[in-house]
Design a protein around this ligand. Sequence first.
Ligand code: AMP
Ligand code: GLY
Length: 382
Amino acid sequence: MEDVAECVNIKANDFESLSSFVKENNVDLTFVGPEDPLVNGIVDYFEDRGLKVFGPRANAALLEGSKAFTKEIMKKYDIPTAKYETFTDFEAARAYLEKQEMPIVLKADGLAAGKGVIIAQNLDEAVNSAREMMLEGKFNNAGSTLVIEEFLEGEEFSLLALVKDENVYPLQIAQDHKRAYDNDEGLNTGGMGAYTPVNHLPQSAIDEAMEKVMKPMAKAMVKEGRNYQGILYGGMMLTKNGVKTIEFNCRFGDPETEVILQALQGDFHEICTDVLDNKTPEYSFDDNVYLGVVMASTNYPESSTKGVLIENINAKAPEIFHMGTAKKDGKYYTNGGRVLFVSGKGKDIKEAYDNAYKRVSEIKSEALFYRHDIGFKAMKGE
Ligand code: AMP
Ligand code: GLY
């Protein structure tokens, strides 16, 4: 970014220094990226000081901050989602699990960087995962409250929208790849690759997600006195019984955003300002397919690496996004779980795939792995 922007080293949770910087530099709009500061109230802090900021307040960011809260709202307002129960007592969770069909889904209530979901194939696995989350502090106690929900089958898509109160402006849908390895094997991750648009899913599924999930949720939040503003990320599953909600995030999805924003036509600053000012924003999407691949540290999501050299990276290529790299003396090193997002565009999914993977194959590092099948569902579906 340093080639096109001035990078300032202030931590995302240091609201005081951030707001001082914004005031001193007459920044007219702050766009908040990550969930942590949103859940911790950065928007409330900025608004209290008269600063314009795009993102949900803490009482609305809870849609990502607490899965139990979100499930409750969905139940109350009849928003389609998987059946569930919430537990704070391990023995009660175990007793419940013993009566459920497998596979079953266990979700840590709090923030866990996209990793707090376990799909257990059998009772042993389910009970062990519940124990780890509830009693042994896995995911930093985000799992001391546990949501156990029905396993849904179907195809996933991500519907992100700009929201202000009851106004919901959708972006083009994308498809993430949550599992670590090819063929959707391995643990859940923050996301291993994405593409947009998702042409093999019918428009009726997108319409249904808008009418039954996104708009009702925006309305529900107004009714609850928790008016939403900012990006609302809806994780959807198209099941044989219609569209069901998997989760909400209170921010842009990663890596969906890296492909969606490449397709977006319009002035992003103006779009956000218009949404905040209750004006209909002007934007559209181009005709290309964008596809990108995450290159992650070998043991991600169980661990990450720091300081392993990445060679042959065309760091300035706009198609390459730095998720977790560190730069030293002009060279790049791994610095996290998900390290690079390497994308390509094309007139169709195949061309986008070829362009992205050509770039991936040029990058060399001992520490990195990636999936080879990003976009395969679309290629089969077309
Ligand atoms: P979440 O963090 O809630 O999005 O869950 C991460 C991933 O786990 C999702 O993207 C799905 O692939 C999977 N998942 C979550 N909930 C369910 C469910 N009820 N049924 C099947 N898969 C699920
Ligand atoms: N890619 C899913 C997320 O950002 O949570």
